[in-house]
Design a protein around this ligand. Structure first.
Ligand SMILES: [Zn+2]
Length: 464
C-alpha cells in the first residue's frame, strides 16, 4: 500500500469496503461510454429511480461555442527520440530503452516516430538503423521518420539506412524561415528556396517521402511561407510542417497560420498533408495543438512528458488525454501512463508530482471534504460516480485510481477509509487516535506512521 513513501488507501473494489457500505450495490460499471458503443451508466436514486449518472454533469465545454471535431483522421508524430532527447537535462537512454519507447509509442497508436537525426554522426546512424529495423522486423504500425537539414549530407544517411533496412524512412527536412533567423544567419529567401527545393528533389528522387519543415514558421512572413511551401511541394514534398520552433504561438496565432497554410496547400496539391510542431515556452503546447487540428492540421507532434529543447515540446500524453476526453480519438491509452513514466525514468527527468494525470498527486487527496465526497459516492456503489465527483479527468479511464490520504486537512472519513482499505478495525478509539496524530502534523502521514499508530493503539488496548 505504500507508494513513494506515502500512505495510500486505494480503492480496491468493494471487498475492502464492505463494512462501510450500507447502500445497495446497483451498479459496478466503470467503463467510459465511447462514441461507438454508448452505454447509460445508471444508479438507483434515494427515491428508488434509475438515475442516469451522465446527466449529473452539465458539460459547459460543449454547451455553447465548442471546438469542432476535424473531419480528417488525426495523426500523431512522436518526437521523444529526437527533439525530446535534445533536452539539455536528459540522459541519453540505452538502445534497449529506446526500443522499449518505440514499442510504447506503437501501443498507444502513435502513427509516426521521429527516430533521430542521422546526419549527426555514425553513432546516431547506428541507433536510427536499429530502431527502423525493429519496426520492420516486428511489423509495428508506427512509421519511422528521421530529421535532417536541407542538405545532401543529412539526406544520404537516411537513404542508405532506408535501403539497408527495407523501409522508406520519411525525411523531415528543416530550414529556418523567419526574417529574424534569415537576418542572424545572413541568408536570403531565394537561397533558402533553392536549398529547400534541391534537398526535397534529392530525397524524393531516391524514393524517400519528405516532410518539409520551416523552422520558426509562427514568426515567418506569409509571402515567404508561400514561396517556400510552393517550391517544396513542386519538388515533391508529401507534407509541410508548420513549426513553432521557439514556442511563440498562441492558439489564435496557430489558427491563423494553419488556416493560411491549409488554404495554400489545398490550392497547390490537396494530397499534401499539414503538420503542426509545437513547443511549451508559453505553456500552450496542448491547446495550440488542439487549435492546429481544428484549423486543418493533419498531424500533430509531441513528446512523452513534454521533454525537448528548453522547456520542451507539446506533451504528447496530455494532448492524447484531452483528445480522448473530447471524443476526437479512439486510441487505446491504457499504456500511456506507463509510457510517460518509463521515459521519465530512463532520461532521468522525473515527472513533477503535480504533473496532470500521470504525476504522483493527480488523483491523491488528503482533504476531508474531497475524500468524504468520493467515499460517499463509493458507498453508493458506483465507481463511475466516485471517479468523477472530484475529478475532471476520471482516473479509471487511464488505468489509474483515486487515492485517499490521511493528513492535517483530513476528516474522520479519510481515517475510516484507510483502516477499512487496510483490513483494520474501525474502532472509535483507534479512529480518534489516528485523527489526532494527523491533525498534529504539517503533512500527509506515511503508511509507516499510520501503521505505527495502529500498533501503539493495539498495545495500549491489550493492557485492559
Ligand atoms: Zn522542435
Amino acid at each position: 500500500m505504500t507508494e513513494n513513501g506515502y500512505a495510500v488507501a486505494r480503492f480496491r473494489g468493494f471487498a475492502v469496503f464492505e463494512g462501510l457500505i450500507t447502500a445497495e450495490l446497483r451498479n459496478r460499471g466503470t467503463a467510459q461510454p465511447t462514441r461507438s458503443m454508448p452505454r447509460r451508466v445508471t444508479l438507483k436514486s434515494q427515491h428508488g429511480m434509475d438515475e442516469d449518472l451522465e446527466q449529473l454533469i452539465y458539460d459547459w465545454n460543449v454547451a455553447g461555442e465548442k471546438a469542432a471535431r476535424p473531419p480528417r483522421k488525426i495523426e500523431f508524430d512522436d518526437e521523444t527520440l529526437r527533439d525530446g532527447l535534445q533536452s539539455p537535462s536528459v540522459t541519453d537512454p540505452s538502445i534497449d530503452d529506446k526500443l522499449r519507447i518505440l514499442h510504447f509509442m506503437n501501443s498507444v497508436g502513435i502513427d509516426n516516430a521521429d527516430i533521430g537525426l542521422p546526419g549527426a554522426g555514425p553513432h546516431v546512424q547506428k541507433t536510427v538503423e536499429r530502431l527502423a529495423r525493429e519496426i520492420v522486423e516486428n511489423k509495428l504500425s508506427v512509421y519511422p521518420s528521421a530529421a535532417g537539414r536541407t542538405h545532401e549530407n543529412d539526406i544520404k544517411p537516411i537513404i542508405e539506412i532506408s535501403n539497408r533496412v527495407g523501409i522508406a524512412i520519411e525525411a523531415d527536412l528543416f530550414i529556418g524561415s523567419s526574417p529574424i533567423r534569415q537576418f542572424a544567419e545572413e541568408w536570403n529567401l531565394d537561397w533558402i528556396v533553392e536549398q529547400s527545393a534541391k534537398a526535397v528533389r534529392f530525397a524524393v528522387s531516391h524514393g524517400i517521402p519528405v516532410m518539409y519543415v520551416t523552422e520558426d514558421t509562427t514568426r515567418a512572413r506569409p509571402e515567404d511561407i508561400e514561396k517556400l511551401y510552393t517550391a517544396a511541394i513542386e519538388a515533391g514534398a508529401a507534407r509541410v510542417c508548420v513549426a513553432d520552433t521557439v514556442g511563440h504561438a498562441t492558439p489564435w496565432g496557430v489558427r491563423s497560420v494553419i488556416r493560411f497554410v491549409r488554404q495554400l496547400v489545398d490550392r497547390l496539391d490537396p494530397k499534401v498533408k499539414v503538420d503542426w510542431h509545437g513547443h511549451q515556452d508559453r505553456g500552450l503546447g496542448v491547446i495550440n495543438s488542439i487549435a492546429a487540428l481544428e484549423a486543418g492540421a493533419d498531424r500533430v507532434h509531441g513528446s512523452a512528458g513534454g521533454i525537448g529543447e528548453r522547456v520542451g515540446n507539446t506533451p504528447m500524453d496530455l494532448l492524447m488525454v484531452n483528445l480522448k476526453l473530447m471524443g476526437w480519438i479512439d486510441n487505446d491509452l491504457s499504456q500511456l501512463g506507463e509510457y510517460v513514466k518509463f521515459v521519465a525514468d530512463v532520461v532521468h527527468i522525473p515527472l513533477h508530482v503535480l504533473y496532470p494525470v500521470f504525476g504522483r498527486d493527480a488523483f491523491r487527496t488528503g482533504t476531508g471534504v474531497h475524500a468524504a465526497a468520493i467515499i460517499k459516492a463509493k458507498k453508493k456503489g458506483s465507481e463511475w460516480l466516485a471517479d468523477r465527483v472530484y475529478s475532471g479527468v476520471p482516473a479509471g479511464m487511464f488505468g489509474l485510481a483515486q487515492v485517499i490520504e490521511v493528513g492535517p486537512m483530513c476528516g474522520l472519513s479519510n481515517v475510516i477509509y484507510w483502516l477499512a482499505a487496510n483490513g483494520l478495525p474501525q474502532e472509535e478509539s483507534l479512529v480518534k487516535q489516528i485523527f489526532a496524530l494527523a491533525k498534529s502534523t504539517n503533512r500527509v502521514l506515511t503508511d509507516e506512521e499510520l501503521h505505527g499508530c495502529v500498533k501503539k493503539w493495539e498495545e495500549t488496548s491489550a493492557e485492559y
